[in-house]
Design a protein around this ligand. Structure first.
Ligand SMILES: [Ca+2]
Ligand SMILES: [Ca+2]
Ligand SMILES: [Ca+2]
Length: 197
Protein backbone atom coordinates (compact mmCIF):
# COMPACT_ATOMS: atom_id res chain seq x y z
CA UNK A 1 0.00 0.00 0.00
CA UNK A 2 1.21 3.48 -0.63
CA UNK A 3 2.23 5.70 2.25
CA UNK A 4 4.17 8.87 2.73
CA UNK A 5 7.34 6.79 3.37
CA UNK A 6 7.10 5.28 -0.12
CA UNK A 7 6.60 8.65 -1.61
CA UNK A 8 9.89 10.58 -1.09
CA UNK A 9 10.05 14.24 -1.85
CA UNK A 10 13.21 13.67 -3.92
CA UNK A 11 13.47 10.23 -5.59
CA UNK A 12 16.87 8.59 -4.79
CA UNK A 13 19.29 8.11 -7.58
CA UNK A 14 18.63 4.91 -9.42
CA UNK A 15 14.94 4.71 -8.35
CA UNK A 16 12.50 4.26 -11.13
CA UNK A 17 10.93 7.71 -11.37
CA UNK A 18 7.83 6.31 -12.98
CA UNK A 19 7.26 3.76 -10.16
CA UNK A 20 7.75 6.45 -7.54
CA UNK A 21 5.29 8.65 -9.40
CA UNK A 22 2.75 5.80 -9.51
CA UNK A 23 3.11 5.10 -5.78
CA UNK A 24 2.83 8.78 -5.00
CA UNK A 25 -0.24 9.10 -7.20
CA UNK A 26 -1.93 6.33 -5.16
CA UNK A 27 -0.89 8.00 -1.96
CA UNK A 28 -2.08 11.42 -3.10
CA UNK A 29 -5.32 10.02 -4.46
CA UNK A 30 -5.98 8.31 -1.13
CA UNK A 31 -5.22 11.47 0.80
CA UNK A 32 -7.34 13.66 -1.47
CA UNK A 33 -10.21 11.17 -1.16
CA UNK A 34 -10.01 11.21 2.62
CA UNK A 35 -9.83 15.02 2.73
CA UNK A 36 -12.71 15.36 0.32
CA UNK A 37 -14.73 12.79 2.30
CA UNK A 38 -14.05 14.84 5.46
CA UNK A 39 -15.25 18.00 3.67
CA UNK A 40 -18.36 16.19 2.45
CA UNK A 41 -19.14 15.16 6.02
CA UNK A 42 -18.57 18.70 7.25
CA UNK A 43 -20.76 20.09 4.48
CA UNK A 44 -23.53 17.65 5.26
CA UNK A 45 -23.32 18.56 8.98
CA UNK A 46 -23.58 22.22 8.02
CA UNK A 47 -26.58 21.48 5.81
CA UNK A 48 -28.23 19.68 8.71
CA UNK A 49 -27.69 22.73 10.91
CA UNK A 50 -29.15 25.05 8.25
CA UNK A 51 -32.15 22.78 7.91
CA UNK A 52 -32.63 22.73 11.67
CA UNK A 53 -32.42 26.54 11.88
CA UNK A 54 -35.01 26.86 9.10
CA UNK A 55 -37.29 24.40 10.89
CA UNK A 56 -37.04 26.30 14.21
CA UNK A 57 -37.70 29.61 12.44
CA UNK A 58 -40.83 28.21 10.80
CA UNK A 59 -42.00 26.82 14.13
CA UNK A 60 -41.49 30.19 15.83
CA UNK A 61 -43.51 31.89 13.11
CA UNK A 62 -46.27 29.36 13.60
CA UNK A 63 -46.47 29.95 17.34
CA UNK A 64 -48.46 33.11 17.59
CA UNK A 65 -47.93 35.91 20.07
CA UNK A 66 -51.35 36.68 21.54
CA UNK A 67 -50.43 39.89 23.41
CA UNK A 68 -47.60 42.44 23.32
CA UNK A 69 -44.76 41.23 25.56
CA UNK A 70 -45.58 43.41 28.61
CA UNK A 71 -49.36 42.81 28.45
CA UNK A 72 -51.29 40.07 30.24
CA UNK A 73 -53.58 37.62 28.46
CA UNK A 74 -56.92 36.83 30.10
CA UNK A 75 -59.96 35.19 28.45
CA UNK A 76 -59.29 36.39 24.91
CA UNK A 77 -58.11 39.90 25.79
CA UNK A 78 -54.83 41.62 26.56
CA UNK A 79 -54.42 43.89 29.59
CA UNK A 80 -51.79 46.49 30.31
CA UNK A 81 -51.27 47.32 33.99
CA UNK A 82 -49.55 50.70 34.23
CA UNK A 83 -46.49 51.09 36.40
CA UNK A 84 -46.97 54.85 36.79
CA UNK A 85 -49.98 57.01 37.74
CA UNK A 86 -51.98 59.48 35.65
CA UNK A 87 -55.24 61.40 35.92
CA UNK A 88 -58.31 59.79 34.33
CA UNK A 89 -58.26 61.73 31.03
CA UNK A 90 -54.54 61.07 30.51
CA UNK A 91 -55.15 57.38 31.27
CA UNK A 92 -57.81 57.29 28.53
CA UNK A 93 -55.27 58.83 26.13
CA UNK A 94 -52.46 56.49 27.18
CA UNK A 95 -54.62 53.48 26.25
CA UNK A 96 -55.75 55.02 22.95
CA UNK A 97 -52.10 55.52 22.02
CA UNK A 98 -51.64 51.75 22.43
CA UNK A 99 -54.62 50.98 20.20
CA UNK A 100 -56.57 50.00 23.32
CA UNK A 101 -59.21 51.40 25.71
CA UNK A 102 -59.17 52.27 29.37
CA UNK A 103 -60.62 49.03 30.64
CA UNK A 104 -64.31 48.24 30.11
CA UNK A 105 -65.60 45.35 32.21
CA UNK A 106 -67.81 42.80 30.49
CA UNK A 107 -67.90 39.81 32.84
CA UNK A 108 -67.81 38.80 36.49
CA UNK A 109 -64.59 36.81 35.93
CA UNK A 110 -62.89 39.82 34.41
CA UNK A 111 -64.11 41.99 37.29
CA UNK A 112 -62.65 39.60 39.90
CA UNK A 113 -59.35 39.34 38.05
CA UNK A 114 -58.93 43.12 37.70
CA UNK A 115 -60.22 43.94 41.18
CA UNK A 116 -57.74 41.56 42.78
CA UNK A 117 -54.83 42.85 40.70
CA UNK A 118 -55.70 46.44 41.62
CA UNK A 119 -56.23 45.62 45.28
CA UNK A 120 -52.67 44.30 45.46
CA UNK A 121 -51.27 47.28 43.59
CA UNK A 122 -53.23 50.40 44.54
CA UNK A 123 -56.18 52.52 43.33
CA UNK A 124 -56.60 52.05 39.57
CA UNK A 125 -58.71 53.82 36.95
CA UNK A 126 -61.24 51.98 34.76
CA UNK A 127 -62.98 53.34 31.68
CA UNK A 128 -66.20 54.41 33.44
CA UNK A 129 -67.40 57.95 34.23
CA UNK A 130 -70.41 60.22 34.71
CA UNK A 131 -68.56 63.23 33.28
CA UNK A 132 -71.28 63.91 30.68
CA UNK A 133 -74.31 63.59 32.91
CA UNK A 134 -74.06 63.48 36.71
CA UNK A 135 -75.24 60.13 38.06
CA UNK A 136 -75.41 58.39 34.68
CA UNK A 137 -72.47 56.02 34.17
CA UNK A 138 -71.01 55.38 30.74
CA UNK A 139 -68.02 53.34 29.60
CA UNK A 140 -65.46 54.98 27.31
CA UNK A 141 -66.95 53.15 24.29
CA UNK A 142 -70.29 54.93 24.88
CA UNK A 143 -72.10 51.91 26.35
CA UNK A 144 -73.96 52.39 29.62
CA UNK A 145 -73.37 50.53 32.86
CA UNK A 146 -75.58 47.47 33.18
CA UNK A 147 -77.61 47.04 36.33
CA UNK A 148 -75.90 43.70 37.07
CA UNK A 149 -72.61 45.55 37.59
CA UNK A 150 -74.05 47.93 40.22
CA UNK A 151 -73.18 45.41 42.95
CA UNK A 152 -69.50 46.17 42.49
CA UNK A 153 -69.79 49.67 43.99
CA UNK A 154 -68.21 49.85 47.43
CA UNK A 155 -70.66 50.48 50.25
CA UNK A 156 -71.96 54.07 50.14
CA UNK A 157 -70.59 54.60 46.60
CA UNK A 158 -70.96 56.29 44.22
CA UNK A 159 -71.29 59.36 46.45
CA UNK A 160 -69.96 62.16 44.19
CA UNK A 161 -68.19 63.49 47.24
CA UNK A 162 -66.72 66.82 46.13
CA UNK A 163 -67.55 66.17 42.45
CA UNK A 164 -66.38 62.66 41.66
CA UNK A 165 -66.97 61.66 38.05
CA UNK A 166 -64.43 58.93 37.33
CA UNK A 167 -64.38 55.35 38.59
CA UNK A 168 -61.53 53.45 40.21
CA UNK A 169 -60.92 49.98 41.58
CA UNK A 170 -60.48 50.59 45.29
CA UNK A 171 -60.03 47.75 47.78
CA UNK A 172 -62.69 45.14 47.06
CA UNK A 173 -64.95 47.25 44.84
CA UNK A 174 -65.52 50.41 42.84
CA UNK A 175 -65.46 54.05 43.90
CA UNK A 176 -66.23 57.28 42.09
CA UNK A 177 -63.26 59.58 42.57
CA UNK A 178 -62.02 62.99 41.41
CA UNK A 179 -60.89 62.66 37.79
CA UNK A 180 -57.86 64.91 38.21
CA UNK A 181 -56.24 62.58 40.76
CA UNK A 182 -53.36 60.47 39.52
CA UNK A 183 -53.81 56.70 39.80
CA UNK A 184 -52.69 53.52 38.08
CA UNK A 185 -54.68 52.54 35.01
CA UNK A 186 -55.50 49.40 33.00
CA UNK A 187 -55.79 49.24 29.21
CA UNK A 188 -57.61 46.46 27.40
CA UNK A 189 -57.61 45.24 23.81
CA UNK A 190 -58.51 42.06 21.96
CA UNK A 191 -55.82 39.41 21.75
CA UNK A 192 -54.45 38.57 18.29
CA UNK A 193 -55.90 35.51 16.67
CA UNK A 194 -53.46 32.69 15.80
CA UNK A 195 -55.63 31.56 12.90
CA UNK A 196 -54.85 34.83 11.05
CA UNK A 197 -51.15 34.03 10.97
CA1 LIG B 1 -70.22 65.56 37.80
CA1 LIG C 1 -70.26 62.20 39.67
CA1 LIG D 1 -66.71 58.28 45.98
Amino acid sequence: MSSLRNCPVEPNAGQDTQKVFKRCSFFLFGTVSRVSHFHEQKKSKQENIYQEVARVKAEMGRLCRLCPWDWTFFQGNCYFFSKSRRNWTDSVTACQEEGAQLVIIKSAEEQSFLQLTSKNKGDTWMGLSDLNNEGTWYWVDGSYLFFRFMKYWNEGEPNNDGEEDCVEFKGDGWNDSRCELEKFWICKKSADSCSNK
